[in-house]
Design a protein around this ligand. Sequence first.
Ligand SMILES: NC(=O)c1ccc[n+]([C@@H]2O[C@H](COP(=O)([O-])OP(=O)(O)OC[C@H]3O[C@@H](n4cnc5c(N)ncnc54)[C@H](OP(=O)(O)O)[C@@H]3O)[C@@H](O)[C@H]2O)c1
Length: 227
Amino acid sequence: MMQKKTALITGAGGNLGKVTVAHFLNRGWRVIASVSPGKSLTGLPNKDLHIYAIDLTDEHAVADWIQTVISEFRQVHAALLLAGGYQSGTIADTTTEDLRRMFMLNVETALNVVRPVFQHMEQNNSGRIIFIGAKPALDTKAAGKAIAYALAKAQLIKLTEFINAHGNEKQVAGYSLVPEIIDTPDNRVVMPQADYSKWIKPEKVAEIMLRLCNEEIIVTDTIVKLY
Ligand SMILES: NC(=O)c1ccc[n+]([C@@H]2O[C@H](COP(=O)([O-])OP(=O)(O)OC[C@H]3O[C@@H](n4cnc5c(N)ncnc54)[C@H](OP(=O)(O)O)[C@@H]3O)[C@@H](O)[C@H]2O)c1
């Protein structure tokens, strides 16, 4: 029998996270899901789902968690770094506090996981790491209303390049998926007048991540625009 592959998914309790966890479980993966402290994941009973409550900004807690996961499950084949968040603000009204918050939420939560996971994947000569960027990180016009968010997401795209520069020869690949607006219940509440048919469905984003993780060879387009 073929060994199950293991995907570590952060932000698993979020809008994209819940759908992605279900998608990977339904396609035969084992899922290591991280949620915020005090939160859980309901409605997804599955023997292959292992839920951990971790504050991803706590680098020591994350390092301990990854060591536990590796000891227990031996190999992490894919890391999907979905934890993150949005903040609006033009250049004029973006404060240092906004910058720090966006950096912490989007970059630190990812880098704290990448630090041990990348090393683990290089040792195994195999691995896929997926970041979720956002259109303002690539499109300067779109960035104008969300400067701190755009700057933080741009760092993730840069981090993807660094991973590939060092990891590709060891069959470790990073990808940045770059959506504009995902069709989530939260976005529908915030933008009730919008045409939802133009928004990408979370199931589609999950399927793209699954394909990138299942691919034996490294896909050369590492920035995947979803708009
Ligand atoms: N939704 C969109 O339209 C859109 C567009 C472009 C990019 N993105 C990106 O796609 C990703 C997923 O979006 P989403 O809509 O699913 O967002 P979401 O519903 O807000 O989910 C993000 C998750 O990250 C978790 N999280 C945040 N800080 C954490 C921490 N310190 N430790 C542990 N967990 C933490 C949150 O947990 P708690 O809520 O419990 O704190 C939440 O479950 C994000 O990176 C987002 O920036 C989203």
